[in-house]
Write a protein that binds this ligand. Sequence first.
Ligand code: CA
Length: 189
Amino acid sequence: MRLIQHQFHPQRPKTTTSSASSNSTMAPRTLIYLLTLAVGSLSLTSAAALPDANPVAAPVPFSIPENVEILDLRTDEDKLSNPLSKRTNGAVYVCKGIKFDASEGCKLIYTSFNAPTNLVNTDYNNVISSAGADEGTVCQFYDGFYNGDCGGQGSLYINHPGKDDFRQYSWNNGAGTWNDITSCIKCTW
Ligand SMILES: [Ca+2]
């Protein structure tokens, strides 16, 4: 039996190099889609009052365990008007270990809107190494709490999905990192 050797030369698909004519008119449906995208991104950015000053590679996404312990640090007024049993806005998931490793401990901190949330007298003072806020919530982490307000050397931006290794973020112009120094949190949404 004789095999016929057949060499296959795939034909290159024809490509149109000029697409100027197709761009000049935009289908109404495409236009509506683009407008929807624009409006969507506007509402997203409005939640972020301050941009992330030092973004790093996308973190390992966290998933909050069902039996997570809640640390309710909201104002007394908020606690009264909204009981703990109800999930509230402005929650930020914090872990003592990097990469949301729960073995050292993680908690879901409830904050009040734009309120200085003092960690000094909690077991989460100067230990947080990874954190992520609820979607739509934006927080600033500070290394100090003074005179009833967050303070210190700058702040670390935390949104969703957050930052999974605080050792990667320079604190005080390189004097150290943000690892294990958070003492105060402010969140908005
Ligand atoms: Ca830590």
